[in-house]
Design a protein around this ligand. Structure first.
Ligand SMILES: C[S@@+](CC[C@H](N)C(=O)[O-])C[C@H]1O[C@@H](n2cnc3c(N)ncnc32)[C@H](O)[C@@H]1O
Ligand SMILES: [Zn+2]
Length: 378
């Protein structure tokens, strides 16, 4: 089969080609760089399968930038994508390389991976069980998942989210954290069916996608432990109070508004979702060190982003949008973020900026203190 006219491209010093029919999104360079850094932190030789490979650039970057990638397989359903990926792997002298033209679900039982990348168009949900089938039962494995169905996970489409993730989303100002946690909970549940415990190494929201890279360890006990980290996030539309709990409370613990899902006139909730840590501190530390050693085009953005992710560790699984909270509680004018952070820290709490939103704060302060600091830091 002949391929279409090739388009020559370059990403992080790697020359490759695609065609008009083989997908390549230059805006995902940041995501590929973050993921490649994460691959580099894994102290294990990896057989890496780049499923949904398209041009193959993602896997080729992982293999060229990280010595621990001992074998790369590009997998895509489209014949043209596989032809292009083969050419790109050859041009980039990837030593141990294989290419599979197939539907991932068809070949899941026949191939083995220590690290599997899944980057489909839209929801990863239907591919999760097949992804887990790639892993050697005796070894620790790594799964890297991208979801671009942000409209479903982050609020707008409740029925679709219930269908794809068996969880209720919530359209509120911390909806991106909710979406990421809904996706993670689905991964935890699927992995648990295969007796795999899940640990999130790095998970984030950026532009139009959500990304998570998890470590999967074969153990029924760890599978239970991961599943125990599930619960709900509740949000009061009246006063802005929010909480994480196993089950949603019957009413707002601040203004007593009753639980009235979907009505926007009381307490609402999202879930079930994952309430464990999104970041592994050691992974973030190693990614930061590797980023310094690499000359990525997005180096500065990555360094800033990683410091935000690090700051979020140990804080509650939600954040406060200052503008929303001021509006709901008639606080005018909205204080400067630095003053608000300073006030919370002065009151003895941890308060950090969050990668989820440039106008929001993560803090372990109780809601009363959050409001007092918002009022007092004008
Ligand atoms: C979003 S693109 C992947 C982009 C690529 N990972 C990158 O970073 O440039 C999705 C790819 O998945 C492929 N695909 C769609 N359904 C598939 C399936 N069931 N099995 C394998 N590949 C599939 C498409 O042909 C397309 O090339
Ligand atoms: Zn309330």
């Amino acid at each position: 089969m002949a391929i279409g006219k090739t388009i020559s491209l370059e990403e992080e010093g790697i020359r490759f080609a695609t065609t008009k029919d083989v997908f390549y999104n230059p805006a995902m360079r940041f995501c590929r760089s973050m993921s490649s850094l994460a691959v580099g932190t894994i102290e294990q030789d990896l057989e890496l399968v780049d499923a949904f490979s398209a041009s193959g650039i993602r896997g080729i970057r992982y293999a060229k930038e990280n010595k621990n990638v001992k074998k790369l397989t590009s997998l895509d359903i489209e014949p043209e994508a596989i032809k292009v990926a083969k050419k790109n792997a050859k041009a980039n002298k990837i030593k141990k390389f294989a290419a599979i033209r197939a539907n991932i679900s068809k070949v899941a039982f026949e191939n083995v991976a220590d690290f599997l990348e899944i980057d489909p168009f839209g929801t990863p949900s239907p591919y999760l069980a097949d992804s887990v089938r790639f892993f050697n039962p005796k070894k620790t494995a790594y799964l890297s998942v991208t979801a671009t169905d942000v409209a479903v996970l982050c609020g707008g489409k409740t029925a679709a989210c219930m269908k794809n993730y068996q969880a209720k989303p919530l359209n509120c100002t911390f909806t991106h954290e909710i979406g990421l946690r809904i996706m993670l909970r689905r991964i935890v549940d699927v992995a648990a069916e295969f007796n795999l415990g899940t640990q999130s190494l790095v998970s984030f929201s950026d532009q139009h996608y959500l990304k998570t890279i998890v470590k999967l360890v074969r153990s029924a006990e760890l599978a239970y432990e991961s599943q125990k980290k599930q619960g709900h996030l509740s949000f009061c539309n009246i006063c802005g109070w929010r909480t994480a709990s196993r089950f949603p409370p019957e009413s707002c613990q601040f203004c007593n508004a009753p639980l009235s899902p979907h009505l926007k006139n009381g307490l609402d909730y999202a879930g079930p979702l994952y309430l464990g840590e999104l970041q592994d501190k050691e992974t973030i530390r190693k990614m930061t060190a590797l980023n310094k050693a690499r000359d990525y085009a997005d180096s500065e953005k990555i360094s800033h982003f990683l410091s935000l992710l690090d700051g979020e560790i140990g804080l509650p699984p939600h954040y406060y949008n200052m503008h929303e909270l001021c509006k709901l509680n008639s606080i005018q004018p909205v204080p400067k973020m630095v003053d608000f952070l300073f006030a919370l820290q002065g009151a003895g709490y941890t308060a950090k900026r969050t990668h989820f939103s440039p106008i929001s704060v993560k803090t372990d302060a109780p809601f009363e203190t959050v409001l007092e600091c918002l009022k007092g830091s004008k």
